[in-house]
Write a protein that binds this ligand. Structure first.
Ligand code: ADP
Ligand code: MG
Length: 299
């Protein structure tokens, strides 16, 4: 039986670490050092951070492509880190769609746009009778229906990005994981792709997680996490989403992440401003039922 937490959260990542071993020196490198993350079904989230922060590692763990060194990952009630190969294959066929960072991994250049989608459908065993309809829905909603018979090396970069998205969504996944989906696109096309992601999130209720170094995603997703050196530090969330559906003007607030060990990260800017170096005091204000943080460093 599912517990309440699992019902609320579609994705639960608990204290996940990932160590890579350098093949030459044998030395371990910690790419993720204790990530906690909870994502609700039907939301669009982004995880934003610089190159080397651990974004692809985290996304590949969510997709079941690599296993965490320690920690737990539960998606749609499945214990991803301990699934057998057969169950992982089923997970990727029926639940999780993946948009790769390298465009050549999403599309086969010798095939047409439509053939690429059909290929993905065949591999995932998507019901034959639904295929035609699904292809039409996807290509029309992404505005590339007219391009369906073109080989993918005969279309523009923006069209290829939309074709890649169609391939990732071919089997109607519940979850879409996207690694730098706009990494190779110009500014205008990037905004277009963000709009398309919003559209399928709203129309199909697909849970979407995007990892990217592109800060524009911070303001265009329901929740945006900052990842730095393998840790989630901060989060930005929309606060007036109900009254305002246009992501360009929606209001957001920034919060810090409290991990399962109770640790928080105070942004450098605030540490400098309030002179917090090694110690901080928690001050309880009983009257207002609030807590304050103050520097406790010795002069
Ligand atoms: N297979 C691997 N073996 C060793 N180190 C790796 C491997 N994959 C990634 N890393 C290292 O882990 C860190 C995080 O990598 P990655 O998750 O790809 O970051 P991002 O996607 O944010 O750029 C980087 O320092 C990277 O060099
Ligand atoms: Mg990456």
């Amino acid at each position: 039986m599912k517990n309440k937490l699992e019902e609320n959260n579609f994705i639960e990542v608990e204290r996940v670490t990932k160590n890579y071993q350098d093949p030459y020196s044998g030395v371990y490198f910690q790419a993720l050092n204790g990530v906690d993350l909870r994502i609700k079904q039907g939301t669009l989230s982004s995880i934003v951070g610089p190159s080397g922060a651990g974004k692809s590692t985290l996304l590949n763990i969510l997709g079941g492509m690599i296993k965490p060194s320690t920690g737990k990952v539960t998606i749609d009630g499945l214990p991803i880190q301990s699934l057998t190969q057969a169950d992982l294959n089923n997970y990727r066929r029926h639940i999780c769609g993946f948009l790769w960072q390298e465009s050549e991994r999403n599309l086969m250049s010798g095939l047409s746009v439509e053939q690429n989608i059909l290929y993905a459908m065949r591999i995932s065993g998507y019901p034959r009778e639904k295929r035609k309809m699904r292809i039409e829905t996807l290509l029309k909603s992404f505005g590339i229906w007219e391009r369906r018979h073109h080989k993918v090396n005969q279309i523009s970069g923006g069209e290829a990005a939309r074709a890649s998205l169609s391939v990732a969504l071919a089997n109607e996944p519940k979850l879409l994981l996207a690694d730098e989906p706009t990494g190779e696109l110009d500014s205008e096309t990037t905004l277009e792709i963000i709009d398309y992601l919003k559209k399928i999130n709203q129309e199909e209720g697909i849970t979407i997680v995007v990892v990217t170094h592109d800060k524009r995603f911070e303001n265009s997703t329901d929740r945006s996490y900052n990842i730095l050196d393998g840790t989630l530090a901060g989060m930005r969330k929309t606060i007036n989403a109900d009254e305002n559906r246009d992501w360009r003007t929606v209001k957001r607030e920034e919060v810090v992440v409290v991990n399962s060990l109770g640790q928080i990260q105070i942004p450098q800017l605030l540490r400098d401003r309030f002179n917090i170096k090694n110690f901080a005091k928690l001050i309880i204000d009983e009257e207002n039922n609030r807590m304050y943080l103050e520097s406790a460093d010795e002069e």
